[in-house]
Design a protein. Structure first.
Length: 526
């Protein structure tokens, strides 16, 4: 209970700062009332007294300061009242969709002797937390007080598909234990005050508090004139208040987290250690699935409908290749956590769509098209190769126009690389792609023109192998698009392509193509 008392003490400190701010706003007005009352009663600066003029000037000055202070305080209070705290995008999961999951969470809350979360939602991320929800304004007297609304339990969707039901329960125990703090009136009031301050600054990550979700709130429109001046004044006040509360807010959340962890220690503690190991594994598999598998599909306007099932396939493949997922076979006998959902497939599709919108944004044109994994090789791998080959061909035509349009053959491409045109071709290709391709800064770093050229030359080689040598596009759960030649994944193409692009040495690549029976002179189908 010491941690709870510490958290409550920090909450009280935050509320005292709020009270001091209110007192500072009211002090000039209170002083003005005293001076005016003294004038009317004749006790302070009575008419005709020697000091009447001085007191009248003081009254006017104090009244002007009071009016200005009340105006600024009113504007700041309105900004806080109207501010909408940022909510993390998530897929709501009602009780009918997951009655067993709700039952598991309710039993967990009962065992921890804390209030159960008000609802459950899924997020396409490898994390879980309690999301505070704004409570409706109760129509009752102030004496009744404010009853905090139980927070929403947000669960990282990869956990549900990768973890077993027991592991998920152990993992969620300290998170669910945090609902006790949300039910405490003083802690809840302090958090509401902090969220209002943070939200009024447009979710500015530079000025926000620890744990704020940067960029997830709606930006306030840029205003000019007096409105801009009032915005600057209220923002300045808000930043001062946030600065005064920052240390207490951090200690408050640290104390709450420590108490929740201690409270949950007696619930499946040994299993939680194993579950924490699976968290790191799930994160690695999820990150690789998004960057290597999902991103190529998103760039073509297609979103894989079952990313969470895909991460299971990726981690299963990882366990087959090495020992990072050692013991996975023993876990197969336990019930997967996704079995707690009534329709895992439809939930997976909703979360997968949200992942596309969060990590990539809107598709270039035509809206998202749902994609099943069985169609991935044809609709993403092959289509992506041919799109990059077409872009490379356009850059070739721009760099070296002919009497008639050049045929998209490997012979022409290798000739330009051997002539030392790799750098010019890379620059032309990068400029073309900058005009036509939407970036995905959350998932991939900025690549050099050489890297882009290597990627596009590889794509054209793969197209030629498919068209003339019987190769087929394939999907690797950890590496994404791959080339299968004779049923075998070819991993030896990267080095000869890099030599041709970076050094102009096309000999190794020609030898690879000859060994694979790829026809250099045949036009590539774009």
């Amino acid at each position: 209970m010491a941690a709870v008392d510490t958290a409550r003490a920090h909450a009280q400190a935050i509320l005292r700062i709020r009270g001091l701010a209110l007192a500072a706003a009211a002090l000039p007005a209170a002083t003005a009332v005293v001076l005016l009352a003294g004038r009317f009663t004749g006790r302070i600066g009575a008419p005709g007294s020697p000091d009447a003029v001085g007191w009248d000037l003081a009254r006017w000055a104090v009244c002007a300061v009071a009016a200005l202070t009340l105006l600024v305080a009113g504007l700041a209070a309105r900004a806080y009242r109207r501010a909408v705290p940022p909510q993390t995008p998530a897929v709501p999961l009602d009780r009918a969709q997951a009655p067993e999951l709700y039952r598991l969470i309710a039993e967990l809350a009962d065992r921890l002797e804390v209030p159960a979360p008000s609802a459950v939602a899924l997020t396409p991320d490898c994390d879980s937390w309690l999301e505070e929800v704004p409570a409706p304004r109760p129509r009752r007297s102030r004496a009744a007080g404010h009853e905090p609304t139980a927070p929403v339990l947000v669960i990282g969707s990869p956990f549900l598909w990768w973890m077993r039901a027991g592991e998920l329960r152990a993992l969620l125990a300290p998170v669910v234990a945090g609902t006790a703090a949300a039910a405490d009136p003083e802690i809840a009031a302090a958090r509401r005050f902090l969220r209002a301050l943070d939200a009024s600054l447009d979710a500015d990550p530079a000025a926000g508090l620890p744990g704020a979700a940067p960029g997830s709130g709606a930006l306030r429109p840029l205003r000019r004139g007096p409105a801009a001046l009032t915005d600057r004044i209220t923002d300045g006040i808000t930043r001062r208040l946030l600065g005064a509360c920052r240390e207490y807010a951090a200690e408050l959340e640290r104390s709450v987290a420590g108490w929740a962890s201690e409270q949950a220690r007696g619930v499946d503690y040994g299993l939680r250690i194993a579950a924490q190991e699976q968290v790191g594994l799930a994160y690695a598999g999820w990150d690789r699935l998004l960057t290597r598998v999902a991103l190529p599909a998103w760039r073509l306007g297609r979103h894989p409908a079952h990313l969470n099932a895909g991460v299971v396939a990726a981690l299963t493949e990882l366990s087959r290749r090495d020992r990072l997922a050692d013991g996975y076979g023993n876990r197969l006998g336990d019930r997967p956590a996704c079995d707690l959902l009534e329709e895992p497939g439809s939930v997976d599709a909703a979360v997968s769509r949200l992942a596309a919108e969060l990590f990539f944004g809107a598709p270039a044109a035509g809206g998202w098209r749902e994609l099943e994994w069985v169609d991935y090789p044809a609709e993403v791998v092959d289509a992506g190769w041919r799109a990059r080959a077409a872009a490379l061909q356009s850059a070739l035509d721009l760099l070296a126009p002919q009497a008639r349009p050049g045929a998209p053959t490997l012979t022409r491409l290798l000739g330009r690389l051997a002539d030392g045109d790799g750098e010019r071709l890379a620059a032309a290709l990068a400029a073309q792609l900058a005009r036509t391709t939407a970036p995905a800064p959350l998932l991939e770093p900025v690549r050099s023109g050489r890297d882009v050229l290597v990627d596009h030359v590889t794509a054209m080689v793969c197209c030629a192998a498919v068209d003339t040598a019987g190769a087929v596009p394939g999907l690797d759960w950890l590496d994404g698009p791959v080339l299968l030649l004779g049923g075998v994944r070819r991993t030896d193409l990267a080095e000869p392509v890099a030599q041709a692009v970076e050094q102009g040495q096309d000999g190794p690549l020609r030898a690879w193509l000859d060994a694979a029976d790829v026809r250099l002179e045949k036009p590539v189908r774009l």
